[in-house]
Ligand binder design. Sequence first.
Ligand code: AMP
Length: 215
Amino acid sequence: MKLILLGPPGAGKGTQAKTLVDEYGIPQISTGDILRAAVKEGTEMGLKAKAFMDAGGLVPDEVVIGIVRDRLQHDDCAKGFILDGFPRTVPQADALQSTLSGLQKELDLVISLAVDGEALVERLAGRRACGSCGRGYHVSYEPPKKSDVCDVCGAALVQRADDQEETIRKRLAVYDEQTAPLIAYYRGCGLLRELDGMKPIDEVRTRISDLLKAV
Ligand code: AMP
């Protein structure tokens, strides 16, 4: 299964991708996660990317295209992959197309998750994660038992630097301007399926499974 999950920040792409990883035995390729790891490690790429990420903008195409081109050649992508947060621009989508044709592979499906703007701000602003084990929480929808402490490992919860309201609004504007055109791009290729990402997580999950079974 070679799948793209498309949608604005906070639409639930990462949440859904994680459940599909186990079911299909294919990796989730999140450019956001890869970039955050590079920032944490202080690599040259991480240092370059950090300023764009903190400002809520996009990291330059050539950087993320290079990351994905390398990642798709790993053995664990032989059976497929779930792209989460890539592509985010038309040049990235074009580069993905040519990388995949070079590998003699084709995308099976692009699933777009739609969520309205104010709901996204609320989802993202309330998002927290354990700084140690990475378990995710939401201050209103899935709070930890003890405020700001992970239920699983007891470490402190942290908020992503780019989940501050002002940066969230910038990220959503960037999505509308640069990423939303990919909906028409993939519709034109006949690969797009659209789902209502406002529905509960389990319901979205079931709808995704139904779409994947039909491939
Ligand atoms: P995410 O975790 O997907 O919300 O990504 C966090 C941040 O990483 C984004 O706001 C961008 O700054 C950067 N980023 C992630 N994926 C991409 C991409 N495909 N193209 C450009 N920047 C990206």
